[in-house]
Design a protein. Sequence first.
Length: 149
Amino acid sequence: MFNIKKLLKNKTLIFSCRIILGSVFIFASIDKIFHPEAFAGILHNYKLLPDILIYFPALFLPWIELIAGAFLIAGIYVRGSTFILNALLLLFILAITTNIIRGINFDCGCFSTLPGESGSTYLLLFRDLLLLIPGTLLYLNYIKEQETK
């Protein structure tokens, strides 16, 4: 039988979740930080925001990914970092799903601003859903820790 409480007591698993999730977001932020104009073009291709609102997330989203990922790895503000990264994952899942439903072909810009680096949109969706697993475990671990205090 699957026991979530036993999983949440496994400090090695929780530490691994922090390292994995934090590392993925740090890696994802680097190219976008160095190429904000290219990332703005990618965001434009999602066709979810008006043109005037594209540049704000293009400039700040990668820095949020970098800082939250670094904090998660360092064990600083784990609760807030986990919340932010899970919220971003849910936002990405919603954006990808919306464009799959609308039939819009796009590069996600997740790890590279180069055209054609994304792959299948269904694989992108699956990858983000998989990344929610360590994020959810971290969040549930935080809730468990709060209940025991």
